[in-house]
Design a protein around this ligand. Structure first.
Ligand code: AMP
Ligand code: ZN
Length: 465
């Protein structure tokens, strides 16, 4: 049994077979860097991180490309409003994006191509579409002629019979009511201010959709394995990408299209326009580390809606502490008598972990496998029924799971050395039988959320989340 993934194109779970054995070429639509991303956006990047990490766990070599949209209707509007250059405006949000993905322990892609660095590639692609009559010009704008591409609608499974031939839409984002020829290139107009390129297509700027076709081809080839995004990307963005790429290159663009469901708040998609969003920064200011947000976003299957609540985030903190405590506890095992039950538990948990994730990244039973493992090994430790040798293997297994889950990145505290000093003072006080001082140090630390634990290996401390 191998890995199965749900393909939006066929609406079926399919056995995953890469184009080149052992290798996966993966493209994921990245952020529009016009504002801080909200955690709904991060749900998409989290799911993609899980997918990529699991592919690696399964032994594939993954090449991952994520674009950065640094020119589109939204970025231009915002930079003009603030009267600063587009590059200056987007730089700030680009930096914030990378800080946020680090806080969420999301693995970096191999390449983050920015749209503004790939205007030439987009121009070439549009020229090709013009030559093949898939594109036409109207007063400086260039549109894709969808009536010439019979496969249009195959991803979103749309009924194309209502299509009004020749109707056009110029904005980057539009909904199903507006299926029509879409803009590949937008001739300059006053609203664009100083954002334009002088090219063979005239003075103007690219539409949003063309960037992903041009940049994915450049870094992954015209035909690659997996393309991801949120369900709102299916139409029009991904439908348009397929039309552009397949019309230009006469070959299949992507084999597997994967889409995550939305993060919702009280029944509605979390989004900037509804105003019902949290950025990661909002939550971190409230005292939730990025890793707790990671846990929350990770632990619901990517094709199910995830309802965001503060209670969910609280629960995530508790679950993380359980995992972290476990890792420390196994590390401290000193027993010498091997227990075959430990080896059995390792095999059982690995099997359930892989079988679950092989089933279209079915995360809930995979997490259950991890927590059952934690419970069962904890029992062996409490019974003193596990050797250091067993514990080493438990750690290898657990760290293998975590290479997929990425939950062991504990928030750094800048007070580490101060705490170590206080522990030293407390130990000195205890040696001198000055228990009042020793207890006071312990209580003061507890008030700051630092819990001390005296173990045979010395005094350990942890910060309560
Ligand atoms: P955008 O910057 O709007 O293009 O969105 C970036 C990514 O986030 C896309 O893949 C969207 O589909 C995804 N996305 C936006 N809102 C949500 C949400 N509430 N839940 C999950 N994914 C979302
Ligand atoms: Zn895209």
């Amino acid at each position: 049994m191998g890995l199965k993934l749900y393909n939006t194109l066929t609406r079926k779970k399919e056995e995953f077979v890469p184009i080149t054995e052992g290798k996966v070429r993966l493209y994921t639509c990245g952020p529009t860097i016009y504002d801080f991303a909200h955690i709904g956006n991060f749900r998409a990047y989290m799911f993609e991180d899980l997918l990529k990490r699991y592919l690696i766990y399964r032994g594939f070599k993954v090449t991952h490309v994520m674009n950065l949209t640094d020119v589109d209707d939204k970025t231009i509007k915002a930079s003009n409003e603030q009267k600063i250059s587009l590059a200056e405006y987007t730089e700030k949000y680009k930096k914030a994006f990378f800080e946020d993905i680090d806080a969420l322990n999301i693995d970096r892609a191999d390449v983050y191509p920015a749209a503004t660095d790939h205007i030439d590639e987009m121009v070439e692609l549009v020229k090709k579409l013009l030559e093949k009559s898939y594109a036409y010009e109207v007063e400086g704008d260039i549109y894709f002629r969808i009536s010439k591409f019979p496969d249009y609608g195959k991803l979103s499974h749309m009924d194309m019979s209502q299509l009004k031939s020749g109707a056009r839409v110029s904005s980057d984002e539009y909904d199903k009511e507006a299926i029509s020829d879409f803009a590949l290139w937008k001739g300059w107009d006053e609203e664009d201010g100083d954002v334009f390129w002088e090219t063979e297509l005239g003075k103007g700027r690219p539409g949003w959709h063309i960037e992903c076709s041009a940049m994915s081809s450049k870094y992954l080839g015209n035909h690659f394995d997996i393309h991801c995004g949120g369900v709102d990307n299916i139409f029009p963005h991904h439908e348009n990408e397929i039309a552009q790429s397949e019309a230009a290159n006469d070959e299949t663009f992507v084999n597997y299209w994967l889409h995550n469901e939305h993060l919702i708040v009280e029944g509605r998609k979390m989004s900037k326009s509804f105003g019902n969003f949290y950025t990661l920064r909002d939550l971190m200011e409230k005292g939730y580390p990025g890793i707790a947000v990671r846990y929350l976003l990770l632990s619901t299957h990517y094709r199910m809606q995830l309802n965001f609540t503060m209670d969910g985030l609280e629960a995530a903190k508790g679950a993380l502490e359980r995992l972290w405590d476990f890792r420390d506890r196994v590390n401290d095992v000193t027993g010498t008598r091997d227990n075959p039950e430990a080896a059995e538990l390792i095999e059982k948990s690995k099997k359930q972990f892989v079988e679950s994730l092989d089933d279209d990244l079915n995360i809930s039973p995979a997490m259950a496998a991890v927590f059952d493992f934690v419970r069962d090994i904890n029992r062996l430790i409490s019974e003193g029924n596990i050797s250091q040798n067993d514990a080493q293997k438990v750690i290898e297994t657990f760290d293998g799971f975590d290479s997929v889950l990425g939950l062991m990145q504990r928030p750094e505290t800048d007070v580490d050395s101060e705490i170590e000093e206080l522990i030293q003072k407390r130990n000195d006080a205890r040696k001198n039988k000055d228990f009042a001082t020793a207890d006071k140090i312990r209580d003061d630390l507890l008030e700051r959320g630092i819990v001390l634990e005296d173990t045979p290996q010395g005094t350990k401390w942890k910060k309560k989340l």
